[in-house]
Design a protein around this ligand. Structure first.
Ligand SMILES: [Zn+2]
Length: 215
């Protein structure tokens, strides 16, 4: 039984075996009792949430790494792993006890890789550009994406990016790293279509989720 004063309800204590069962890392212990105070989800730290592009947009600001402090509930670990890390969680559960102990050993923390910087799409790092109306209305709308081309679908998709303000249009680039890459590729003289292909290849080969930049 825990000592009096440390009990905070039936689920307040952390069970050591849950660390390997649910992929948790012990972050903090009580200095006097050595009881676990805080644990962190290692899938968040090494893999990040598994989301499709639509979810990625919705949660653009959310880069939370899940942690639990003095509240250790199996149902919450499971719920979190199922919703945020479904495929790696399935792999993990299928691993042996020894494999689980070594599961994160050779992994590089996500924040030390280039992926979150390209994938983030965080509005905190979004790039806002104000553009003269004639550039949007004449060059982009009429000349570059003529409504007669492809039934106007491409034009509509492109124009969705530009928000009309008083005397200018505002465009928000949610993924500035990708934007800079695309601008650099185009400046080298490749076509827009080639650029789109290169971005798609980069995505499939490296696993970087690059957003389609015209949607
Ligand atoms: Zn997690």
């Amino acid at each position: 039984m825990p000592k009096a004063g440390h009990e905070k309800g039936p689920k307040a204590r952390f069970f050591a075996e849950h660390a390997s069962t649910y992929g948790l890392k012990i972050m903090e212990r009580c200095p006097s009792t050595s009881e676990v105070v805080s644990v962190r989800c290692q899938f968040c730290g090494y893999y990040g949430p598994e989301t499709d592009l639509e979810k990625l947009r919705q949660r653009a600001k959310k880069t939370t790494k899940m942690a639990w402090t003095n509240c250790f509930r199996v149902d919450q670990y499971k719920k979190h792993n199922r919703s945020e890390h479904p495929s790696i969680w399935a792999t993990y559960q299928a691993s042996t006890y020894d494999e689980k102990l070594r599961f994160f050993d050779s992994k590089v923390p996500l924040e030390n890789t280039i992926l979150p910087h390209i994938n983030s799409g965080s509005t905190a790092t979004a790039l806002k550009i104000n553009i003269h109306p004639s550039i949007v209305e004449i060059l982009i709308s009429d000349m570059f994406f003529h409504p007669d081309d492809q039934g106007g679908v491409t034009q509509q998709a492109a124009l969705k990016l530009f928000i009309r303000k008083e005397d200018y249009y505002e465009v928000t680039i949610s993924n500035p790293v990708q934007f800079d890459l695309v601008v650099a590729y185009i400046a080298r003289g490749i076509s827009f279509r080639q650029c789109e292909g290169i971005v798609a290849d980069t995505r499939s080969i490296t696993g970087i989720y690059t957003r389609t930049w015209l949607s």
